[in-house]
Design a protein around this ligand. Sequence first.
Ligand code: AKG
Length: 283
Amino acid sequence: MPNVRLSAAQCAQFARDGFLGPIDVLSGDEVAAVRAAVAAVIAHLDQHQAQLYEVEQAFCERPGEVVCHFLGGFLVHAVLRELLFHPHITGRCAQLLCVDRLRFWHDQVFAKPPHHPGVVPWHQDYSYWTRTTPACHITCNLLLDDADEENGCVQFVPGSHRWGLMPKLPFDAPLEAIRAQLPAGVAWNPIAVPVRAGQATFHHSHTLHGSDQNRSARWRRATVLNYMGAHVRVADGSTPLLRGVPLLATGEVVQGEHFPIVWPRGIERAADLEEFAKPKRRG
Ligand SMILES: O=C(O)CCC(=O)C(=O)O
């Protein structure tokens, strides 16, 4: 098992600010493989659409204006499936979330082509995840291209994970839309975090974050891994939590082949990979 322990100072920084990074995660070869996998899925997004959990509707309608965003890349590409279990990601997430057992929730891709006007509006991840409880979730944002302010790197508001839950906004909302919803008296002091390809940031489920448009001639692609404590349950079992996932009852632990335990690396892993390798029709 590689040593993936973060220092006490890094854990304290995450607890104080609600985010941490950049942290080295992937080798050069690994990031090249994930970048190629993401590019392959994007190149045939229309063919993969039925198998993915979701492709952002506003992007499908206005790809020249809205950021390319989809959920469930792990369902269609073996390299993205393997990534869920990467110990440099899962070990750090388990440590920052202070859990012994970490469960995969879902993955996402955010891709901004050169000179693209799309933004990711300021949001809190948990505002999209209230059908699961308790809020014991964490996000790893892994960069596949070098990201900086010019090509729209992610920005975070330090301390905003302590501001309570704000409303969920549409993905194609203006960058600053959440500003009208902030609690009274809070300090709005966003920090842009430049990250190199193969590095990641980690953020708390309530930390406000967003990203501006890509004003550069370079791509800015990120694959995002979302995890939760193994004890997280279904808060609303009225419909499947994600498209194509078996229905789980309200109160049941979120579990099953789509939501494997990823830390410690367990026996669920081999069976899961085999299951997802089988061709399926979804949607
Ligand atoms: O990559 C981005 O621009 C946004 C990412 C994001 O929303 C996330 O990592 O949760």
